[in-house]
Design a protein around this ligand. Structure first.
Ligand SMILES: [Ca+2]
Ligand SMILES: [Ca+2]
Length: 203
């Protein structure tokens, strides 16, 4: 263990789901589909899910981690003339407090062109981050409008540790995607998650 490793008195894994068994216990708004040969929670466009956990062991912190897939052509902060294409906002809330409020830009950016920035890994509005900043894997196929296009999906490894001691935890992930110029917005841009793990940590 390195000098900087965190030495917790105890930590308990209270949730771990790779969705391969179609397990939606405790989840409302749950949808499962297959992406890249793995079952994922999603895809969503102007939607999301809530996970409710009860009877958590005594704890001081909650550690939430998961894979976030950003599918197809998100426009990041793009305001547009009349909010036609953006901003494309994604949020994470715990017990109704917003912990992540950001945007993603999933444009395949050609050299010499201006590409709409994204806020991630900062919160919205932040105009200083290029498309795919903080990405873990940029070489995944798109899901719908960019199906088969390598780079059409970006994987972000989200990890959030928050102060939390309630016995109940309500995790919400949702989007406020904007795409008014296509017939099928969910095909134009969507998101899903996989490998959702939650730990309760005692200090
Ligand atoms: Ca999976
Ligand atoms: Ca959009």
């Amino acid at each position: 263990m390195g000098a900087c490793a965190k030495d917790y008195r105890n930590q308990a894994e209270v949730y771990n789901n790779d969705f391969e068994q179609n397990n939606l216990v405790g989840i409302s708004g749950g949808e499962i589909e297959t992406f890249n040969n793995s079952k994922v929670l999603g895809r969503y466009n102007n939607g999301g899910f809530e996970l409710s956990l009860t009877n958590l062991p005594e704890h001081d912190l909650i550690d939430i981690s998961f894979d976030l897939y950003i599918h197809d052509s998100w426009e990041g902060n793009k305001p547009g003339q009349d909010d036609v294409e953006g901003p494309d906002i994604w949020q994470l809330l715990v017990n109704n407090t917003v912990y992540i409020n950001t945007t993603f830009s999933n444009i395949v950016c050609q050299p010499g062109y201006f590409c709409d920035p994204q806020s991630y890994p900062a919160n919205y509005p932040n105009y200083n981050n290029n498309p795919k900043s903080g990405v873990s894997n940029r070489n995944l196929p798109g899901a719908c409008s960019m199906a088969g296009v390598i780079g059409g999906t970006s994987l972000y490894k989200i990890s959030k540790q928050i102060r939390h001691s309630d016995k109940q935890l309500l995790l919400k992930c949702l989007d406020k995607l904007v795409q008014k110029n296509v017939a099928d917005p969910k095909c134009d841009e969507s998101w899903s998650i996989d490998n959702l793990k939650i730990k309760a940590i005692r200090l």
